[in-house]
Design a protein. Structure first.
Length: 276
């Protein structure tokens, strides 16, 4: 086990968190300069969440993109990784595969919403605070916020977790049994903690495992970025009143999870055949 790589992996998440803090103040300054907020009115002196998304995601994409490039393309097997990226890109742009990715993303989000509805009914106090937090953070679903959530956001977060963090963990555990599984689980846990609240942490952990498996299997971030974008984008496609009872949520959730698993299994098998 190479401890330095594992330490660097955890440090990468800390760096991303620091970048988010810096970006928040930068976005607030931009919001003030553009007249979007009056600092004398404390109740309305809030950062524009759309601008915040743009600033932080661009910071992360540039910085972590450079780190990821350094890790991958200045190490042994760089040429193989380039071929893997090309193969995965050719794979995802095929119409049928693209539909399967979008279907997987939609059913993942729908299944998650079903589970949250059921848990929200069982634990109304906990989930009321979670819903309030999400509504506040979303900036009332401003166009800029929505666009960046399913475009820049997936690229930035995949570079942090399935890119830099996962690659460093794989290097750190490369001589241990089940190194890939251990690396995927740790980066998924860090991905969950990165989201900052218990509800998001749980489902982000599960998403992180799935996205990590895709990254390991394909040796590329292309499939995980596309699926991540499909999940985030589906959040705005699902009607708010799709669930109206526990029975309805269980039925829709079960159906969604079944379709999601089927789509992912088909995609993995098709990718294996594609590479072969």
């Amino acid at each position: 086990m190479k401890l330095k790589y594992i330490i660097f992996a955890f440090a990468s998440v800390l760096i991303a968190t620091i970048l988010n803090v810096i970006s928040y103040f930068a976005a607030f300054a931009i919001t003030v300069m553009t007249g979007g907020v009056n600092v004398l009115e404390t109740e309305s002196a809030l950062v524009n969440q759309g601008i915040f998304n743009v600033v932080r995601y661009l910071f992360i994409i540039v910085i972590f993109g450079c780190i990821f490039y350094r890790i991958i393309y200045y190490s042994d097997g760089a040429s193989d990784r380039r071929e893997s990226v090309k193969d995965s890109f050719k794979f995802v742009i095929k119409p049928l595969n693209l539909i399967l990715f979008l279907l997987a993303g939609l059913t993942i989000q729908l299944g998650t919403d079903a589970v949250l509805y059921i848990l929200g009914t069982a634990f109304p106090t906990t989930f009321a605070s979670y819903k309030h937090m999400m509504e506040t953070f979303s900036g009332s679903h401003s166009p800029l916020f929505i666009i960046t959530t399913f475009t820049l956001g997936p690229i930035a977060e995949e570079l942090i977790f399935r890119g830099v963090t996962l690659e460093l963990l794989l290097k750190g555990f490369e001589n241990r049994k089940r190194a890939a599984l251990l690396s995927v689980l740790i980066q998924a846990a860090l991905f969950g903690l990165y989201h900052g609240n218990i509800v998001q942490a749980v489902y982000a952990f599960i998403f992180g495992i799935l996205l990590g498996i895709l990254a390991v299997k394909s040796k590329s971030l292309v499939p995980s970025i596309l699926l991540h974008a499909a999940i985030n984008g589906s959040l705005y496609l699902i009607p708010e009143n799709v669930f109206f009872s526990i029975q309805n949520a269980v039925l829709v959730g079960t159906l969604s999870i079944t379709i999601m698993i089927s789509a992912i299994v088909i995609l993995l098998q098709k990718y294996k055949n594609h590479v072969s």
